[in-house]
Structures are given as structure tokens and as C-alpha cells.
Design a protein around this ligand. Structure first.
Ligand code: AMP
Length: 399
């Protein structure tokens, strides 16, 4: 079968996509649809080799966005209906207790993903609409769901159980699930390949630091803990999400500031984290503010680093021995300052960074610790699209 895979990541108001060859990892086209369902600012940027097409205009829903994207593919000489796509791979955010493997999408699977929307109300409904659209536009092409929660399915009960009323937790599926799993798995496997060892022999800590951010500890290729929880709000400080928060703050805010449930949700998902503290969620803008002497921006940075180090400490203890620490995603791959500050002063634990290696920009995976350090520190570019394409291709080609 063809290893050409269309990968879709349908967010609540956006669609990211790539058409790529799963085996060679060659990308034929990619793009981003923004502000789906919003009255202003709808935009699509589509790139195929040297060609770049842009569309500005209302995009009423995901189906309309995808129809436009399919047209843009045709305009760049790639007719998705006839080009011979082997599979469509969908990033699906929440697999709950139901899915922990890449899964061929049937009517029943689609219904189950929809049912899991209670656990991910901002994400799973968008994934369902994305799947329905491609099923209609590419009839007969196998569709595969790759779940963001899947890699963390292996966490032991002690790590994934919240200390609340057990019956209530069971009735409502309340436990830690973890997210960004495709990225954590991909970069940990890439690191193992780079180090020339099987994942089974490695204890690894991964920091996925993008607009969303999460950490994980992985023993022998198996995830044993992660910072995100039942929702993607827990854990590290993020662009617009707070990460760990005293649970008492939510009811207090509802009473004291008279916020209702949706206002609290909005505050925690869109108005907290770096944005809440400094006014900006983009890390580059935060650094500019800090360089300009903005004390709130500096505080936001310090809180961000403090939280990272707290998770690092926890995972060092959980693992006992650590072979490698991995930084990935937008901030992790591009901010030498974050990497240096996150690991500062830990030489006694065998953790060190070579300043020149850390500052040197280079594509691909690279070591930033000195050669003699007991713990290898790596920058590993993540590639969730490739990981999803490969998972989809593997599943479809072995049916
Ligand atoms: P992601 O969600 O992985 O796309 O990461 C987005 C985040 O990475 C944003 O906060 C960006 O500001 C940040 N980022 C991207 N490039 C850089 C850079 N060169 N230096 C610092 N942060 C960056």
C-alpha cells in the first residue's frame, strides 16, 4: 500500500495538517487553518514545496475549512482524491480508559471518541468533526486515530490516582491521563536511537515545552508519570494555562470574584500561565519584555523555571537513576536560557550543560551536556505529525 498519509490535528478553532510519506518522512504539503467558526480573521496558509497559498475569509466550520484546504491541494497539483493516499491519521486528544493504541476508525470508534468529549470538551468534539469531514471527502481511505493520552496508559495506579472520593472518581473517570503522549514517546525513542541503546535500557525525563507544556518520566520505554492530569491544565506553567494550582482556588474565585463555571474555564485555559502573569503567552515576547526590564515578565519566567525544577526533582527521585533529559517543542528546542536555568547547579547529581553546545543552534537532535557528564542532556526536535503518520501507516499496512 501507499505510505502517503494525510495527518490532521483538528483543534477547537484550528486545523493543522500535513501530507507526508511515512517511510521517508518527506513532507509534500502542510498548512494551518485558523479561526474556524469565528466571525473574523479566518485564515489558511498552505505550503506545498516552494508554493505558498494564502486564504483570508470566513471559515464557518471544520468541514468548510477542509473543503478549502482540499481545493488548495488541487491548486498546487495534489488532488487528494486521486493521489493515492494510504491512510488518514488523526490526532485525537482524549482516549480515556477506552483507547491506548492507534485505532482504525469505525462508526463505533467514532461514537466512542465522541462519548469521551465529557473528558475533553474543548478537543474531542473538534476531532470528531475533523474525522467526519475526511471520511466524507476521502471515502474508502482508512482512517486511524492516534491518541494523545495513549503513551501514559502505563502509569501505575499510585501516579494516576487523585486522592478524592474513590466512588465519585470512578463514576466520572477522574484520574490522571496525561497528554502530548505522541511527542513524549517520539522524542524518547529518537533519543534512544541517538544514544545507540534500546529504550528498555534507559531511564528518561522529557520536557515538552511549547505553548502547552508537560513533563514525563519514562522507565525502560514505559511512561511512569507525567505532569498533565485529567485535563491538560495540570503541571507545568504554560502559555495560557496555570499548571498546578491549589484546588481551593477555583471555588474561592467563583465565590469571591463571582465567576461562573465557563468564566473559570476560560480563565484557566486562556487567561492564566505566562499570559496571566505577564500579559503575553509567546515565549519570545516574554523574553523581550524581560530584556526591557519588565518585572512581571521576569516573575512569570521565574515561576515557569521553578515549576520545571520541581518536576525535575520529583522525576529524578521516581527514577532513581536517569540516563538522559530531553528538551523538546518550541521553547524546549529554542530557548538556551530555559534549558540552562532549569538544570542550573545540579552538577553534584551528574547533570550539567556545556554552554557552547547549549547556545549553538543546529537542526536535528543534539547533545548539550559535556561528554563526561553522567546524565546526557539532549535537544530533540519533536515531530508529532511524522509519529502519527508512521503509526497510521503501520496499522493500515499490517491489517
Ligand atoms: P509550540 O507549541 O511547540 O509550537 O511552541 C510555541 C512556543 O515556542 C511559543 O511560546 C514560542 O514563543 C516559543 N518559541 C518558538 N521559537 C522560539 C525561540 N527561538 N526562542 C524562544 N521561544 C521560542
Amino acid at each position: 500500500m501507499s505510505d502517503l498519509v494525510l495527518v490532521l490535528n483538528s483543534g477547537s478553532s484550528s486545523i493543522k495538517y500535513q501530507l507526508l510519506q511515512a517511510v521517508s518522512s518527506q513532507v509534500l504539503a502542510s498548512g494551518l487553518v485558523e479561526k474556524v467558526g469565528e466571525s473574523h480573521g479566518g485564515r489558511i496558509v498552505h505550503e506545498a514545496g516552494p508554493a505558498k497559498l494564502e486564504y483570508d475569509g470566513a471559515i464557518p466550520d471544520h468541514r468548510a475549512g477542509l473543503l478549502r484546504v482540499f481545493e488548495m491541494f488541487r491548486e498546487t497539483g495534489l488532488d487528494l482524491a486521486t493521489i493515492g493516499i494510504g491512510a488518514v491519521g488523526h490526532r485525537v486528544v482524549h482516549g480515556g480508559e477506552v483507547f491506548w493504541e492507534p485505532t482504525l476508525i469505525t462508526d463505533d470508534v467514532l461514537r466512542a471518541i465522541d462519548d469521551l468529549s465529557v473528558l475533553a470538551p474543548l478537543h474531542n468534539p473538534a476531532n470528531v468533526v475533523g474525522i467526519e469531514s475526511t471520511r466524507e471527502l476521502l471515502p474508502g481511505v482508512p482512517e486511524v486515530a492516534v491518541f494523545d493520552t495513549a503513551f501514559f496508559h502505563t502509569m501505575p495506579d499510585a501516579a494516576k490516582t487523585y486522592a478524592i472520593d474513590a466512588k465519585l472518581a470512578a463514576a466520572h473517570g477522574i484520574r490522571k491521563y496525561g497528554f502530548h503522549g505522541t511527542s513524549h514517546q517520539y522524542v524518547s525513542e529518537q533519543a534512544a536511537r541517538f544514544l545507540g541503546k534500546p529504550t528498555e535500557e534507559l531511564n528518561q525525563i522529557v520536557f515538552h515545552l511549547g505553548n502547552g507544556a508537560s513533563a514525563s518520566s519514562i522507565r525502560g520505554g514505559v511512561a511512569i508519570d507525567t505532569s498533565m492530569g485529567m485535563t491538560p491544565l495540570e503541571g507545568l506553567v504554560m502559555g495560557t494555562r496555570p499548571g498546578d494550582l491549589d484546588p481551593g482556588i477555583t471555588p474561592y474565585l467563583m465565590r469571591a470574584a463571582e465567576l461562573d463555571v465557563s468564566q473559570v474555564e476560560q480563565l484557566l485555559n486562556r487567561g492564566s500561565g505566562l499570559k496571566g502573569l505577564s500579559g503575553v503567552n509567546d515565549f519570545r515576547e516574554l523574553q523581550q519584555l524581560i530584556d526591557g526590564g519588565d518585572s512581571q515578565a521576569k516573575l512569570a519566567y521565574d515561576v515557569y523555571i521553578h515549576r520545571l525544577r520541581r518536576y525535575l526533582g520529583a522525576y529524578l527521585v521516581e527514577l532513581g537513576r536517569v540516563d538522559d533529559i530531553i528538551f523538546t517543542a518550541g521553547v524546549g528546542e529554542n530557548s538556551p536560557a530555559v534549558r540552562a536555568d532549569a538544570l542550573a547547579g545540579l552538577q553534584a547529581l551528574g547533570i550539567d550543560i556545556d554552554p557552547t553546545r547549549n547556545e549553538t543552534r543546529a537542526p536535528g537532535i543534539r547533545r548539550i551536556s559535556p561528554d563526561h557528564a553522567a546524565v546526557t542532556v539532549l535537544v530533540v526536535p519533536t515531530n508529532e505529525e511524522l509519529a502519527i503518520a508512521r503509526a497510521a501507516y503501520r496499522l493500515v499496512s499490517t491489517r
